[in-house]
Write a new protein. Structure first.
Length: 157
């Protein structure tokens, strides 16, 4: 993992934790025990609006660190791609133009590869926007050019 990707992953996890703590203290100060995510997280446009998605869909997900809701936008495989059969490899995020790798958010852990299509959760919009095309591939991440194309996000600049 490059230093840039490691820093980006650390920043996302830290920001998520900080957001969770801020929401938790705000809910405690208001004296509410909110379980409705929409009550503590304002509605916002998702960060993937300007992207053309093939095999991916935008989804609002929620984590519950320390029992408090933290809602965020993510890209996940669409139902068709998630329902296909996969065996003998790993899913990974790859930018073919620069040969850089992205990462997935698996529960609250940043991972370079995941085994199951339901674990394909991309939250790093900065990585996606900094590359003209990012692909989800399935196969051997040590040989990305030979891996099977699964989905893509294209940013038109």
């Amino acid at each position: 993992m490059s230093v840039r990707n490691a820093f980006r992953a650390t920043a996302i996890v830290t920001a998520t934790a900080a957001l969770g703590l801020g929401l938790a203290s705000g809910a405690q100060a208001a004296g509410t025990a909110a379980r409705d995510v929409s009550a503590v997280t304002p509605a916002a446009d998702h960060p993937f609006e300007a992207m053309e998605l093939d095999g991916l869909k935008v989804k609002r997900l929620t984590m519950w660190p320390a029992g408090h809701p933290v809602s965020f936008w993510a890209l996940v495989l669409d139902d068709k791609r998630a329902g296909e059969k996969y065996s003998g490899g790993k899913f990974f995020v790859y930018a073919p133009a620069t040969k850089e790798f992205g990462w997935f958010l698996n529960t609250d852990i940043v991972q370079r590869t995941v085994s199951h299509p339901g674990q394909v959760v991309i939250v790093d919009s900065e990585f996606l926007r900094s590359h003209p095309r990012v692909e989800v591939r399935y196969g051997n991440p040590d040989r990305p050019e030979k891996a099977r194309f699964v989905a893509s996000a294209t940013t038109w600049m």
